[in-house]
Design a protein around this ligand. Structure first.
Ligand SMILES: [Zn+2]
Length: 88
């Protein structure tokens, strides 16, 4: 029977193989939700989901696309915004 704090599903259950060959259940914190577009709310692609310490050790170029509005707007919204900016 799992300990009381492990009965809640707020921690995810991970099956991990330990050096002796046994498989044990470990409890890990869940990843944050996916990044959303600031205009339409669509899920952004090319942005990893990770715990803060994983994101901290990741290169900036791996955390968001290298284009204007990368990591903030989806491709369609970024395209519309850039076109609108140049029409003025
Ligand atoms: Zn969008």
């Amino acid at each position: 029977m799992p300990a009381g704090k492990h009965k809640s599903r707020s921690l995810r259950r991970v099956q991990t193989k330990i050096p002796s060959g046994k498989t044990v259940q470990r409890y890990e914190k869940r990843n944050p939700s996916k990044a959303k577009c600031g205009e339409c709310g669509a899920e952004l692609s090319g942005i990893p989901r990770g715990r803060p310490h994983e994101m901290q050790n990741m290169a900036k170029t791996k955390k968001r696309p290298e284009r204007p509005y990368g990591g903030y707007l989806c491709t369609q919204c970024a395209r519309k915004k850039i076109i609108a900016e140049h029409r003025v």
